[in-house]
Design a protein around this ligand. Structure first.
Ligand code: F6R
Length: 616
């Protein structure tokens, strides 16, 4: 999704803006641009299609001076990804320039109205429409920039995070947001300010961050106090948060891609995720949200889980974990469907919102709807201070560090780990898990990071295997029980980074249709670890092998039965049934990664995808 960076202060803005854009690259984008206001009042704007490095080449040798500027990475929504549509846009008079993340839904109507008032447009974007509306309002009513922004925003329907500069006020950036994230980093004594879509471009400059709320407008002026108002110009309290961002976590750490680094990060970050929550000395899981909301959680009528994509797969695992350990019925919904389904949800329900970024527009809307209808919202989020975290009544962070690769890996295992801890903690409070099973489960959970490390040692073996499958056009992934969501996740990983069509299915569903696809050219990945449905999956594997499907199986160490059926096997350590997704997903992440690399694809920023999906 689009990324915004801005700076006003005493330093040269250009290097800060470019570095910030690089840190937002993970969000996914198709063009980039920067606007700088130089000492002599010139507005210099550079844009390029493709990578931020193309933008740097474009700007090289030109005037990049100035201590105030805004910059943007664009993920096209209105209009093709080309230079004309790239941000920053400039107003008709040339006085204003703006970057925008979000979608203005009534842009068409507003564009027609502005045309009748003498405005013309250089781009196909909704952003330019909003900018011209701000300019029109400013000229017509002779308003200052902040007042014209507020007046214009009252007329728009949609989502926005914007940053606007006016040549007449050369030390000020006006920013605003609704449904799209925006953070303001506050420098020493308000001398300088950093603006960004999330805290990562601000890290290293200041850890004092203000997260704008919906329909707030901030006047960000160097050497001046930060002023925030609502759309009616009413002053709003400025709430500054201290956010610790580890800069080393933003580096590739010697790996060729963020995705591979993040796959290899998993043992360490899962230890971090459990640290302080699993207390080995006391043999207890302590989650503050469970302690604080014990009554609502154990007496809930039912739980609902809302999420998207990989986080939805984690929710499918969470459902099985909660139902097993807590005996509370759980429904899992795609957030995008939930929000438009007039859901039966209300007091007594607990809605779990699962999101890595904490900014996914559909999940955020589902949270808002659940809150309006009286349910308690429990966030399971990675990005600290993100919109979903703030909109939840309570929650548990997964604490796996920033995930930069667009394809989610460590967030999935982090979410699954938190869901397992949660199920055990609530189950124990509710009395639905006995002490012996609880202690055994705790012990197994504690061993997971070491078991993942052992699987990662097979990286070269999986890389060699991947070479055999790069020319394939289709894949099937099959699993049962706890491994069924892993089949879905394995298929999603493969399709999003290698562009190979892949489907995940519960293995027994094969014979109800998909088995028609199986022939000698169809790789079928079976999740056949030793778990409660192992025997069942063997029969499904036989059915595929009998039709000459090429079976590739993930098995538990020492399995000899599957070796006799499958063309290739990858062994993973034994673990308890409820934890098998945490081991069986690792080879699938590596397989997808190596197939995509062998095909020469951009693993960290696959085509058409965005890391943080802030539009619906
Ligand atoms: C897939 C992937 C996406 C996200 C989905 C939800 O690898 O990353 O499917 O899981 O867009 O994002 P979050 O978890 O940030 O709400």
């Amino acid at each position: 999704m689009c990324g915004i960076v801005g700076y006003t202060g005493c330093r040269e803005a250009y290097p800060i803006l470019i570095k910030g854009l690089h840190r937002l690259e993970y969000r996914g984008y198709d063009s980039a641009g920067v606007a700088l206001l130089s000492e002599n009042g010139n507005l210099n704007i550079y844009k390029a299609v493709g990578k931020v490095s193309n933008l740097e080449q474009q700007a090289a040798g030109h005037d990049c001076s100035g201590t105030i500027g805004i910059a943007h990475t664009r993920w096209a929504t209105h209009g093709a990804p080309n230079e004309r549509n790239a941000h920053p846009h400039i107003s008709q008079s040339g006085a204003l320039t703006m970057v925008h993340n979000g979608i203005i839904e009534n842009a068409g109507v507003l564009r027609d109205q502005l045309r009748t008032r003498g405005f013309s447009f250089r781009s196909d974007t909704d952003t330019e429409v909003l900018l011209q509306l701000i300019e029109y309002t400013r000229q017509k009513h002779n308003l200052d920039l902040a007042s014209s922004v507020r007046a214009a925003l009252k007329k728009v329907i949609g989502a926005y995070a914007i940053a606007v500069i006016d040549k007449d006020t050369p030390d000020t950036i006006v920013v605003a947001r609704k449904s799209s994230p925006l953070a303001i980093g506050v420098g020493e004594a308000d001398s300088e300010f950093f603006i960004a879509s999330d805290a990562s471009p601000i890290a290293g400059y200041t850890n004092r961050i203000v997260y704008l709320k919906d329909e707030e407008v901030a006047v960000v002026r160097k050497d001046h106090e930060l002023v925030i108002t609502d759309l009616n110009a009413g002053r709003v309290d400025v709430q500054t948060k201290e956010v610790d961002l580890d800069l080393t976590m933003l580096d590739k750490g010697g790996f060729p891609h963020f995705m591979l680094k993040e796959i290899f990060d998993q043992p360490a970050v899962l230890r971090d995720c459990m640290r302080g929550r699993i207390l080995p000395a006391h043999k207890r899981i302590v989650l503050s949200a469970v302690t604080e909301h014990r009554e609502e959680l154990i007496h809930a009528k039912r739980y609902l889980m809302v999420s998207c994509g990989t986080s939805w797969h984690a929710a499918l695992i969470g459902k099985q974990l909660i139902e097993q350990f807590c005996r509370i019925p759980v429904e899992v919904a795609y957030a995008s469907e939930f929000r438009y389904s007039d859901p039966v949800v209300g007091p007594g329900d607990v809605v779990f919102a699962i999101s890595q970024s904490g900014e996914t527009a559909d999940t955020l809307s589902a949270v808002q709807m659940a809150t309006e209808r009286g349910a308690m919202v429990f966030g399971i989020v990675n990005a600290v201070g993100s919109s979903i975290a703030r909109a939840s009544d309570t929650g548990t962070y997964i604490h796996v560090g920033p995930e930069i690769g667009v394809a989610s890996t460590k967030a999935f295992t982090g979410q699954t780990t938190v869901l397992a801890m949660l199920a055990l903690a609530i189950g124990r409070e509710k009395g639905t898990v006995n002490e012996e099973d609880y202690l055994a489960a705790l012990d197994e959970l504690g061993q997971i990071p070491d078991k993942i490390s052992r699987i990662l040692e097979k990286n070269d073996e999986i890389k060699a295997l991947a070479q055999k499958y790069t020319d394939k056009k289709n894949f099937l992934y099959l699993g049962r029980g706890m491994n069924y969501p892993v089949a879905l996740e394995g298929a999603l990983k493969l399709k999003e980074i290698s562009y190979i069509h892949a489907e995940g299915y519960p293995a027994a569903e094969m014979k109800h249709g998909p088995i028609a696809l199986v022939d000698e050219d169809m790789p079928v990945v079976f999740l056949a670890t030793h778990h409660n449905l192992y025997e069942k999956i063997l029969s499904n594997m036989q059915e595929v092998a009998a039709r000459k499907g090429r079976v590739l199986a993930i098995v538990s160490e020492g399995d000899t039965v599957v070796r006799g059926i499958a063309e290739h096997v990858i062994e993973v350590p034994h673990t308890a049934n409820f934890l098998c997704p945490l081991v069986s997903v690792i080879p699938l992440q590596l397989l997808a990664y190596h197939i995509a690399v062998a095909k020469g694809l951009d693993v960290d920023q696959p085509r058409n995808l965005a890391k943080s999906v802030t539009v619906e």
